[in-house]
Design a protein around this ligand. Structure first.
Ligand code: SAJ
Length: 422
């Protein structure tokens, strides 16, 4: 099908790069977001999120007139929905953002349009999307009830890009595309082939939904295995990073890395979309979630043990004299994103319980967010922290922290990422 104009609903970490990628192919793109300041920023050719190379792409697209942002949907040939799918109480998926997005585009839909759901979604959501649109537009026909002859085509094509490498992966990763009917799949494929250099692989909507969840659940289970190993190795005096390196020399073994827990908005969330639909059939995924969610508590205990050891070795000191420096607050290396970060959770929890100073060092931000600024956590530079710390807690393996090694200087170290080995 011919696509002259596309609309991307949700201009966040996925929607904005996707809008820019389409605009680069000289497709006229209207990005829609509920956040007025994001809309204004984009219309000035600037960006409101941190992602390498995105600024250049957005600036070029806006300057050349292929990308515009707005608060209100307008008619287009294709609509891509890229809004968040968080979970609510008891880890149930919250589909309200998708439903709102669907209802917001319904008034401007016309016969022949394509609607693609990119948001990570529980199995069955694409079908629900089709029902929500039908409820708003009884004058049009939809694929869940009318099959191949429907007026509107609907497909799921989950995003799979890694924050920090979005602009590269958006173009080079393979895409899994699942329509409600084969014609829906084919229409969606036509759109992605305009900017994707990886393979566009066809399936049905349910399989595409499950595929995305499976990818992130698989990563969660693998990280849980590494985290479990790290606890066992700590007890037995084995260096878990050396162990994993050695085991990974086996041609069929590829163990991931332990850390202070699993953060971000995907790996720690998406397995719940499978679990909540099949609680009795997911003991492994539930165990992985528990292992990864409990890792921060284990790290806090290790830090408290180190503090006690310092007090034992230096009886003239009191606990208030001891400064804990938390190196890294982001949810993973070399990004500035503090949301759902196990490092942040550990630093805040230590700041609330430790009577001495607790320093938070995060070279990728200039100040702590307002929500944390009032806590007992003190934002500190790397240089100052290195001078004053008693316990060196490594939480994120940012490249800046690889340039020194307090273990070699005989300091008390709790290294959750294995970069300060002796
Ligand atoms: N982590 C470890 N050990 C590892 C790898 C990661 O502890 O060996 C931790 C990280 O430190 C972080 C968390 O896991 O706290 C998640 O980081 P990540 O790099 O594994 O993943 P995300 O959340 O940045 O992006 C994931 C990616 N999914 C997969 O790799 C299967 C990405 O491709 C998806 O597009 C993204 O989720 C998403 O949006 O779903």
């Amino acid at each position: 099908m011919k696509i002259n104009k596309a609309s991307v609903i949700g201009l966040g970490y996925i929607g904005l790069p996707t809008a820019a990628a389409l605009a680069t192919q000289k497709i006229s793109v209207l990005g829609i977001d509920v956040n007025k300041s994001a809309v204004d920023t984009i219309n000035q050719g600037k960006i409101h999120i941190v992602e390498p190379e995105l600024d250049v792409a957005v600036q070029a697209a806006v300057t050349r007139g292929y990308l515009q942002a707005s608060l209100t949907p307008e008619p287009a040939d294709a609509f891509l929905i890229a809004v968040p799918t968080p979970f609510i109480d008891d880890h149930e998926p919250d589909l309200s953002y998708i439903e709102k997005a669907a209802r917001s585009i319904a008034p401007v839909l016309k016969k022949g349009d394509l609607v693609i759901l990119e948001s990570t979604s529980p199995v069955g959501t694409t079908d629900k999307l089709s029902h929500w649109l039908e409820a708003e537009r009884s004058d049009l026909t939809f694929p869940h009830s009318r099959g191949e002859s429907s007026d509107i085509r609907i497909a799921h094509c989950p995003e799979r890009v890694l924050p920090g490498q979005v602009m590269y992966e958006l173009v080079h990763n393979d895409r899994v595309i699942g329509g409600i009917t084969p014609r829906c799949t084919e229409a969606a494929r036509g759109l992605y082939e305009k900017f994707v250099r990886g393979e566009c692989v066809e399936t049905d909507a349910k399989t595409a939904e499950m595929c995305k969840l499976t990818e992130n659940a698989a990563r969660d289970v693998s990280i849980a295995f590494a985290n479990e190993l790290s606890v066992i190795c700590d007890r037995t005096g084995i260096d878990v990073w050396e162990l994993i390196q050695l085991a990974n020399r086996h041609p069929r073994i590829n163990i991931l890395q332990p850390g202070p827990g699993v953060g971000g908005h995907c790996i720690a969330v998406d397995p719940w979309f499978i679990i909540s639909q099949s609680r009795d059939a997911t003991p492994l995924m539930q165990a992985a979630r528990n292992i990864n969610d409990n890792k921060p508590e284990w790290v806090i205990q290790k830090v408290n043990d180190s503090v006690q050891q310092i007090l034992k070795d230096a009886p003239d000191k009191t606990i208030s004299d001891i400064t804990i420096a938390c190196f890294g607050l982001a949810f993973k290396a070399d990004i500035d994103d503090l949301r759902e970060s196990p490092a942040m959770r550990i630093a805040e929890s230590l700041a609330a319980s430790h009577p001495g100073a607790v320093l938070g060092i995060e070279p990728n931000i200039s100040e702590l967010p307002d929500s944390v600024a009032t806590s007992a956590l003190t934002f500190e530079s790397t240089e100052q922290a290195l001078l004053t710390a008693d316990v060196y807690l490594l939480l994120v393996d940012h490249r800046q922290f690889r340039r020194f090694n307090p273990s070699r200087a005989g300091k008390v170290v709790v290294d959750t990422r294995g970069i300060w080995a002796l």
